[in-house]
Design a protein around this ligand. Structure first.
Ligand code: GLC
Length: 546
């Protein structure tokens, strides 16, 4: 077994989506004091770290991924003092704290952008963002044909102070999210300052948003992506994704983090394929981790799972980085529902009232638990998204009037977007808003079924999803599976996949049939394994020695 000292190599990191985690003041939006109050539950769950999606000052056009002040807390979520209290409480419980950093774009409300608008053409202020003259006789056409990830054009035309039509600015996401110009040293300097601000405040790391997007090809050439791409993942030839220049930025940031000791980390949200390219983000002098979205996108089937696990361990090892594993986050359909959909819908598209066929909740939950048991036994670092430990499904029946994801609006409702995985989570079955908010208020309506999934309805209940996660995390720690080496087992049944890691034998049955289990004590089972037999869509951990 490899001995590691770097905490992040084996850590289980729990994603807190602040607006939907716990609301302390009753306004229907989760906040930092709410997180602080609930932290003991996360300690009890058995995770090592938390990652908080953005809580900085923002007009919330993209749920906080549109930052208007990188060094302050939005009043919706509290104050810097609330952040400090949350950080202290987390550290007091032995939990590391990772925060989200959004460097590809700011909010259009940021004073840097507002100054760029007023300062006028040719100014230093305008050089902070990507402004270009339009095409056409009067500049009335966008500078190129790029589309926004959320739908619609990636350019918006401005009006100059004197009322005349001006140039266009680039926004790979919403029109309220102008892209920075990372060819400008001024931008680099600002972000070094932002990193230091939070590092001095004691954060243990940053999840870097759109870490594949900051640098664009010179001249911004036209580009038409192949249909069906995700957040840029398989469109590796796009002139705005995965450009070599991004790596200079992360080498620079690596040094900034090193000023604060060896334990602070950068994690890349980079939708980049293939894995051999993604690992460029985690070379020894760049980031420490990168999200393994290839794993997230793998269907629940033995052969593709084996392939992606092998490729991940091989490729990440080549650069000395741990592999990461993730099944859900705030951008994708919860795996409890996604794994019951064949084929799964495109990343970011969401599901809603008109989606057919709908996922079967029971099938989805069974597969999700089996997939989680498989994931948590793998070596490396694993991510858990809030609510998955409760077995929450995607919220499908959200009314259009409640939806907030810009994807829904920018596609004219053609794509439901990501609201279904962002609904506030249930804590106590009999409390208002299932314990999310003291007033019963909730920024997205909670499904009627939510009390069934509430934490207090599961705690201490044998076989509940919560107890299953707790057991899995405790055993993972006990057997140091995060630092393990896996050896594959072979099976006659093509739906079965398994491996040993130290004393633990992991067997997952992704099919519908029943499989004979080897001798040994069952330490964990995602479902029910009676009489030495493993039913379909179930994973077991068996102790074979020691
Ligand atoms: C990332 C975030 C997503 C956000 C987008 C733009 O992909 O995870 O939620 O909308 O970046 O910042």
């Amino acid at each position: 077994m490899t001995q590691t000292t770097d905490w992040w190599r084996t850590a289980v990191i729990y994603q807190v989506y602040p607006r939907s985690f716990a609301d302390s003041n009753g306004d229907g939006i989760g906040d930092l004091p709410g997180i602080t109050a609930r932290l003991p539950h996360l300690k009890d769950l058995g995770v090592d770290a938390i990652w908080l999606s953005p809580f900085m000052t923002s007009p919330q056009h993209d749920a906080g991924y549109d930052v208007a002040d990188y060094c302050d807390v939005d009043p919706l979520f509290g104050t810097l003092a609330d952040f400090d209290a949350m950080r202290d409480a987390a550290h007091g419980l032995g939990l590391k704290v990772i925060i989200d950093l959004v460097p590809n774009h700011s909010s259009s409300d940021h004073h840097w952008f507002q100054e760029a608008l007023t300062a006028g053409p040719g100014s230093e202020e305008r050089a902070r963002y990507i402004f270009r003259e339009g095409k056409g006789e009067l500049g009335e056409l966008p500078p190129n044909n790029w589309d926004s990830v959320f739908g619609g054009p990636a350019w918006t035309r401005i009006t100059e102070q004197d009322g005349t039509p001006g140039p266009w600015y680039l926004h790979l996401f919403d029109t309220s999210q102008p892209d920075f110009d990372w060819t400008n040293e001024w931008v680099h300097e600002q972000f070094r300052g932002i990193l230091r601000f939070w590092l001095e405040r004691g954060v243990d790391g940053f999840r870097v948003d759109v870490a594949h997007g900051l640098v664009k090809v010179d001249g911004l050439p036209d580009y038409t992506p192949a249909p069906g791409g995700s957040m840029g993942g398989d469109t590796s030839d796009a002139p705005y994704w995965a450009q070599p220049g991004v790596h200079e930025i992360y080498r620079d940031w690596h040094k900034v983090l090193a000023e604060f000791g060896p334990d602070r980390i950068l994690t890349a949200e980079a939708w980049v394929n293939p894995l051999s390219k993604l690992t460029d983000w985690v070379r020894p002098d760049e980031m420490q981790q990168a999200f393994n979205f290839g794993y997230l996108e793998t269907p629940w089937a033995a052969a593709p799972l084996r392939k992606v696990v092998d490729a991940s361990i091989t490729e990440f090892s080549k650069v000395g980085a741990p592999s990461t594993w993730v099944l859900s986050n705030h951008d994708v359909i919860r795996h409890t529902s996604r794994l019951a959909l064949v084929p799964p819908p495109l990343q970011g598209s969401g599901i809603g009232p008109d989606t057919e066929p709908k996922p079967d909740d029971a099938v989805g939950l069974r597969r999700a638990r089996a997939a989680t048991a498989f994931m948590l036994a793998l070596p490396g670092s694993a991510y858990i998204y809030q609510g998955e430990e409760l077995g929450l499904p995607e919220a499908i029946d959200l009314p259009d009037s409640a939806r907030q994801d810009p994807t829904f609006f920018r596609t004219g409702g053609e794509l439901y977007g990501r609201d279904g995985c962002r609904v506030p989570i249930p804590w106590e079955a009999d409390s208002p808003a299932s314990g999310f908010s003291p007033t019963g208020s909730s920024w997205l309506p909670q499904p009627k079924s939510w009390p069934l999934y509430a934490r207090d309805a599961q705690v201490g209940v044998p076989g509940s999803t919560l107890e299953f996660y707790r057991d899995a995390l405790a055993l993972r720690h006990e057997h140091d599976l995060g630092a393990g080496d896996i050896d594959w087992l072979t099976f006659d049944d093509p739906d079965v996949i398994g491996f040993t890691s130290g004393a633990v034998t992991v067997i997952a049955n992704t099919g519908a049939g029943t499989v004979e289990l080897p001798a040994g004590r069952i330490a964990l089972c995602s479902g029910e394994a009676g009489d030495g037999k493993l039913p379909g869509d179930t994973t077991v951990w068996i102790l074979t020695a020691g």
